[in-house]
Design a protein around this ligand. Structure first.
Ligand SMILES: [Fe+2]
Length: 430
């Protein structure tokens, strides 16, 4: 069910079963391909404290490989620039240094060219190391973590650039291409899932982040899940029914946020001449009621669910329901860079659009699984990282690389975050 899109952005995809060097080359090249439609000015500035400039993403993903791979595994490695070790670090280093996140957009130096040279310098050393040290399992583990980290930042490049361009009165497009195939939505159904003892979490040989482990048992009551994510059409009905003006629908912190920020619609929506428009990476377009709702916060998802006489699923319910769903979907590589309407009805008892299109908010707070222990020799902030007051999202989006997602993947954001491709799917008790 891949959307038909003629993407002008060629995203290199590693071949199935490609060696580590080949995978490294393809994933690093994909990051540069995403920056290709942008000017040096686009890459330098930052539109809000939560977002980072593209130049910073390009450098920070490189910093990961320099710090955790080359610095530890390549004796005598010459660091590209000593200052970059602090400048492009995302957390406090051993001596408590960190460049403040809201000031990343003030780094007019190093210039974009120098950051590209930094990537080249690091890639040459990395590729040489990967050839020489092919059988080193510890090295393989950190490189794999670095590649998945790089893919996380590929998605952030797109969501951060989208926010940046949306703040420009000229409403510039990141890329003009738009899917030309007419797409028709199919209506949602409720799919029943059995209660009882289930297991969730990652197991087996493939890669996972440590937050997906350990696999453990959960007790679920029987539940139902909507076969499709909530659509823009559904959300328009919520708005027309006074959804943003009715405190009884909102969590109290959510209602405070609605009042403080003046929210009246999802992020990027604007009403003109009686019609909703939304800003996309292809420029501004009329809102298509058949496409999944996107750029809503946890608070908005929660309020919508209450209005719809339903609720958000827990992350355990989501994972159990998604386990057998098709893994194909509208991911980064489709080139749509926007959620698309469902084009086929799922088989009986199956969910549609589980992966890709939009990240789906769950009702679960982001916390370690029972029995979680950080692995010895943790890699910076990339292991054992848990937050207070953030919520889990599942399933990946139209900006997620296809090889980055799996049913056990746990994304997490604060409840007021709206700039990711975040939407929802409803659940009900059976
Ligand atoms: Fe990072």
């Amino acid at each position: 069910m891949r959307p038909v899109v003629e993407s002008g952005i060629a995203i290199p995809v590693p071949e199935q079963g490609a060696g580590r060097g080949e995978r490294y080359r393809a994933i690093r090249a994909a990051t540069l391909a995403l920056a290709a439609p942008l000017s040096a000015e686009d890459c330098t500035i930052q539109s809000m404290p939560d977002a980072s400039p593209v130049k910073w993403h390009l450098a920070h993903t490189t910093w990961f490989f320099e710090t955790f791979v080359l610095g530890n595994h390549r004796p005598g490695y010459t660091f590209f620039h000593p200052a970059f070790r602090v400048l492009f670090n995302s957390y406090y280093n051993a001596v408590g240094e960190k460049h403040p996140r809201p000031e990343r957009g003030m780094l007019s130096r190093p210039a974009l060219d120098e950051v590209i040279a930094y990537r080249r310098h690091t890639d040459e050393a990395m590729l040489a190391l990967l050839v020489e040290d092919e059988s080193n399992a510890e090295l393989a583990g950190v490189v794999e973590l670095g590649l998945h980290h790089e893919q996380q930042h590929q998605e952030l490049i797109l969501t951060d650039v989208k926010h940046l361009l949306s703040r420009n009165p000229l409403k510039p497009a990141y890329h003009r291409q738009w899917p030309s195939t007419p797409i028709r939505a199919s209506g949602p159904d409720w799919v029943c899932f059995e209660g009882g003892l289930h297991e969730i979490g990652h197991f087996g040989p493939g890669f996972s982040f440590d937050n997906e482990t350990p696999r453990h048992r959960v007790w679920l009551n029987p539940f139902r899940m909507a076969s499709h994510p909530v659509t823009c059409g559904g959300f328009m009905n919520f708005i027309e029914d006074g959804g943003y003006r009715r405190p009884e629908l909102w969590l109290s912190a959510g209602w405070d946020t609605v009042l403080a920020r003046g929210w009246q619609a999802p992020l990027y929506w604007e009403r003109r001449d009686g019609q909703w428009h939304t800003f996309t990476l292809h420029g501004e377009i009329p809102v298509d009621p058949g496409t999944p709702i996107c750029h809503v916060s946890f608070f908005e998802a929660e309020a919508y669910a209450r209005w719809a006489n339903a609720r958000l699923p827990t992350e355990a319910e989501w994972e159990v329901a998604a386990r057998n769903a098709p893994s194909a979907g509208n991911f980064l590589e489709s080139g749509a860079l926007h959620p698309l309407a469902a084009r086929e009805h799922p088989a009986d008892g199956m969910l549609a659009q589980t992966f890709g299109d939009v990240w789906e908010w769950t009702r679960s707070e982001y916390a370690p699984y029972p029995g979680f222990r950080p692995a010895p020799g943790a890699v910076g902030e990339y292991n054992g990282k848990f937050m207070c007051g953030q919520y889990v999202l599942r399933g990946g989006s139209c900006a997620t690389p296809a090889s980055h997602i799996r049913p056990t993947y746990r994304n997490f954001f604060p409840p007021d975050a709206r700039w990711q491709f975040s939407g929802m799917r409803l659940a009900r008790d059976a």
